[in-house]
Design a protein around this ligand. Structure first.
Ligand code: CA
Ligand code: CA
Ligand code: CA
Ligand code: CA
Length: 316
C-alpha cells in the first residue's frame, strides 16, 4: 500500500493539513476567503526568518520530553527552493496543480473519499486511479484522530496500515504523519537513521530542520534549517518535567492567510515503554517583522491549539 513512497520522494516533501485558529498579535485568522492567492508561487531565500518559543511546556504525568519537530506547513523545500503550499497539505502548489494527480492547491481534502490528499498522494492515487482508494470504502469519520498525529483513524487503518493509537507506529522517533510529509515509510523503523541524500545528515535530522531528505544540504538550503534549543525549567507543582522549547531560523513566506506552524512534541514514559504526541499549531501573520520572536505559553495561549485539528478545510 505504501508503494508510492518512492514517487513521493521524487516530488520532495509531503504533508497533510488543515487549518484553524484564532488570532492575536503576530497571529492571524483563516476566516478570509482565499480568493487573492496565487498558485505556483516560488520564493528563493526567504525574506524573513523568525524564532518561536513554546514557553513552560510540561510533559504529561509520568512522561518526559522525547523529541521536538517543528515545521512551517505553508512551504515545502524542493529543488533547493522554497515552494509555497497554499493548502498546507504537504504537497506544494507546484505538484498540487498537476492534472495527472487530480488534486487542488486550495484544499487538503479535495477527494470525495475523505482520506485527505496527503494520504491519497502517499498511496499513489492519481486522478485516473482514485478508484483504487474508493474500493476500500469511504472514510466515514475523517475528523477522528485518536493518537493526535494528524492522520485520521480511518486513513491509518484502511489505507496506511499504521496504528491509529500510536503516533509513531514503527517506533523510529518520527511521527507517522511527518513520515508521510517527508516521503518516509511509517512502517519502516530503519529509515529515520539513514541519510537518503547521502550527505551524512540523517533523515530524522533533516525533518527537524525541514529540509528535503533526498537533496544534499547546501550552504543555501542550510539557511532555511530550523535550530532547536530545549531548556529545562523548574518542575511544576505536580512534579512534571518542564522545558522552554526554542526553535530558531523559521522562514516565513508571503501568504495572505498566514503561515501555519505545526509543532510535534513527543513524550515517552520514564521506562520508555509508552509514548504520546502533542501535535499543536498556530498561525503566524506573514507581515511579521524579520527576526521577530513569537512566544506562546503551553496550555495557556489560546492561539496555540493542541491538538491541531483535522478536517478544517481551506477552499477558495
Ligand atoms: Ca498543497
Ligand atoms: Ca492518527
Ligand atoms: Ca515513525
Ligand atoms: Ca519510519
Amino acid at each position: 500500500m505504501l508503494t508510492r513512497f518512492l514517487f513521493i520522494s521524487r516530488q520532495g516533501t509531503l504533508a497533510f493539513l488543515i487549518a484553524v485558529i484564532m488570532g492575536i498579535s503576530g497571529v492571524s485568522c483563516f476566516s478570509e476567503p482565499l480568493s487573492t492567492l496565487t498558485v505556483l508561487q516560488t520564493a528563493r531565500i526567504p525574506q524573513k526568518r523568525i524564532s518561536y518559543l513554546i514557553q513552560s511546556y510540561c510533559a504529561s504525568s509520568g512522561m518526559t520530553l522525547s523529541d521536538l519537530f517543528l515545521i512551517n506547513s505553508s512551504y515545502v523545500i524542493s529543488k533547493g527552493q522554497i515552494q509555497i503550499d497554499t493548502d498546507r497539505d504537504g504537497i506544494p502548489d507546484l505538484f498540487d496543480i498537476d492534472p495527472e494527480l487530480g488534486l487542488t492547491p486550495y484544499s487538503a481534502f479535495s477527494l470525495p473519499d475523505g482520506f485527505g490528499d496527503l494520504v491519497a498522494f502517499a498511496s499513489g492515487a492519481t486522478k485516473t486511479s482514485q478508484s483504487k482508494l474508493m474500493k476500500y470504502g469511504n472514510c466515514t469519520n475523517p475528523h477522528l484522530d485518536s493518537d493526535g498525529d494528524g492522520l485520521s483513524d480511518c486513513a491509518e487503518t484502511i489505507i496506511l496500515k499504521t496504528n491509529p493509537n500510536n503516533s509513531d507506529t514503527d517506533g523510529d522517533g518520527i511521527p507517522d504523519e511527518l513520515e508521510l510529509r517527508f516521503g518516509l515509510n511509517p512502517l519502516d523503523p530503519s529509515d529515520a537513521r539513514l541519510s537518503a541524500a547521502g550527505d551524512g545528515i540523517t533523515n530524522l535530522q533533516k525533518i527537524k530542520m525541514q529540509l528535503p531528505l533526498r537533496e544534499s544540504a547546501t550552504s543555501e538550503t542550510k539557511l532555511y534549517a530550523h535550530e532547536y534549543e530545549l531548556v529545562p525549567v523548574s518542575k511544576n507543582n505536580l512534579d512534571r518535567l518542564c522545558f522552554d522549547l526554542k526553535i530558531k531560523n523559521i522562514p516565513i513566506v508571503n501568504m495572505t492567510d498566514g503561515n501555519l506552524i505545526i509543532s510535534y512534541i513527543s513524550e515517552k514514559s520514564k521506562e520508555g515503554s509508552s509514548s504520546r504526541l502533542n501535535r499543536c499549531c498556530s498561525v503566524v501573520n506573514d507581515r511579521i517583522e524579520d527576526g521577530a520572536k513569537v512566544s506562546v505559553i503551553w496550555e495557556k495561549s489560546p492561539e496555540f491549539v493542541c491538538p491541531c485539528p483535522l478536517g478544517i478545510d481551506l477552499k477558495r
